[in-house]
Design a binder for this molecule. Structure first.
Ligand code: SF4
Length: 461
């Protein structure tokens, strides 16, 4: 049977063309007209899998074509691989980093910082014409190789094997060693012993457990950040100044503030102004690292905030959102539920802890930039002791007025698997709201077994 492909409706084109341009790091600009052409002509040919209408990805009716920033985040995702190739050709330095960290020092050192998922997206986006099953198979095959080469106990999102065999031109492996991600720990160790010695390696060593307010720990981490910047400077052959750092901190604080304001606006009304998918992809822009281009992320985020404010003021309900949906808060690293199908079942996702944790951590803008960055990083709520992390999560659950909590951990995400039980127990004891935990495989299709459990939870709520 032929596959049904989603198409953007020409009825929405005129309004979309009135929306803002996207401005990129290198000063180039893409107009709504060019974005529209890409999404309707080039995109479906290169990445037909992302246009398929099926149970894994939701149906046509779940996409909000009247929200211009939704089309723009789709455009930035589809063009990611080509943009990374272009940046590399133009001599940009590219670093492989951790998922749960801010990227201010990398921006200061004019380096694109890619977390594990984005490294995979770059690699897999190089192959065109795949339907969704071929795309998933390709990712699974990469993971299978990495399970053999590295460890079957890691989620294998990062694609260190591509770096080691020289398939991806990463210049430096340079993550903060925050606790959340075991893929990075295994990967860094594998890289240390792997064949590709041309790619530099530096761990930005993060002191763990109850260190956030200890001066020695902040100073130690600040020294590690200086080493990081020195390594990035060696890779690109230029020196980063203190002014570069302040500029980067101010830029990222602007993103963090806009993201927080956008989330607060979204939470301020009982009528959800967007569906779950758009909420997540817009709030995720706040860390400015999501699409490998901080200026592009900032430009879409600014426009998104204006649109959401307007929708909230006028009581506009997000497209395809049911009346009085049950509000879900999702916990865990690199996870999410099938949002479209969960909306069909009467729910909406109102927040996540991952990424949001470091979006809420502003960096002070006076004093020593390294010290301030170190202090903010050591205070990430997601990296605190179980009780502290749970307390912060409860605050977010209350602000978002969530009715239920789902903690998901991917196979091989060992820290999150270990802490999920005590965290949800703490939340349940303090708030009384229903919670549940499940494990799944990252990069599989979101299957019926998972959705059956999510739907049963929504029904119970
Ligand atoms: S799922 Fe866990 S282990 Fe895998 S990349 Fe994300 S944080 Fe790291």
């Amino acid at each position: 049977m032929g596959k049904q492909l989603f198409r953007y409706s020409e009825d929405n084109k005129a309004k979309f063309l009135e929306s803002d341009n996207i401005t990129f790091n290198d000063g180039s600009v893409v107009t709504p007209e060019e974005i529209w052409d890409y999404l309707t002509v080039e995109g479906p040919v290169k990445y037909p899998g992302t246009y398929e209408i099926n149970l894994s990805q939701g149906n046509r009716d779940s996409r909000d074509e009247t929200l211009p920033t939704s089309l723009k985040t789709h455009y930035l995702s589809l063009t990611f691989s080509a943009r990374m190739e272009k940046a590399k050709k133009n001599g940009k330095t590219i670093a492989f980093i951790q998922g749960g960290q801010a990227v201010d020092p990398y921006t200061a050192a004019d380096t694109i910082a890619l977390r594990p998922f984005l490294v995979g997206q770059w690699y897999h986006g190089r192959e065109h014409g795949n339907d969704i099953y071929k795309s998933v198979l390709r990712r699974k095959q990469s993971k299978e190789t990495a399970f053999h080469d590295m460890s079957f106990e890691a989620c294998q999102t990062g694609g260190y094997e591509h770096v080691q065999v020289g398939d991806l031109p990463i210049d430096v492996v340079a993550p903060y060693t925050v606790l959340r991600c075991s893929d990075v720990s295994y990967g860094v160790e594998a890289h240390r012993h792997g064949p590709n010695k041309d790619v530099k390696l530096i761990n930005v060593d993060f002191p763990m457990r109850h260190q956030a307010d200890k001066p020695w720990a902040i100073e130690y981490f600040a020294r590690n950040l200086k080493k990081l910047v020195k390594t990035l400077d060696e890779a690109r052959g230029k020196k980063t100044t203190e002014d570069d750092l302040w500029r980067a901190i101010r830029l990222h604080n602007e993103g963090r503030r806009l993201g927080t304001e956008l989330a607060d606006l979204w939470w301020s009304t009982d009528i959800p102004p967007t569906n779950s998918d758009d909420r997540n992809s817009l709030v995720a822009l706040a860390n400015l690292d999501m699409h490998g281009d901080v200026q592009a992320s900032l430009s879409v985020l600014k426009e998104a905030k204006k649109i959401i404010a307007e929708r909230v003021k006028n009581g506009v309900k997000g497209h395809a959102v049911t009346d009085n949906p049950k509000r879900l808060f999702i916990l865990g690293s690199c996870v999410g539920i099938n949002e479209s199908r969960s909306e069909d079942a009467g729910a909406i996702v109102v927040g996540k802890d991952d990424q949001w944790s470091h979006c809420t951590s502003l960096v002070e803008e006076e004093g020593d930039p390294y010290y301030n960055l170190a202090k903010a990083t050591l205070e990430y709520p997601y990296e605190q002791s179980i009780e502290k992390r749970a307390q912060w999560t409860i605050e977010q659950i209350r602000k978002s007025r969530a009715d239920g909590v789902i903690f998901i951990h991917n196979w091989g995400c060992n820290t999150q698997a270990a802490v999920s039980r005590p965290i949800v127990d703490f939340i349940k004891r303090e708030t009384g709201i229903p919670t549940y935990i499940h494990e799944r495989d990252l990069h599989g299709l979101r299957d019926e077994q998972e959705q059956n459990r999510v739907n049963a939870f929504i029904e119970m709520l």
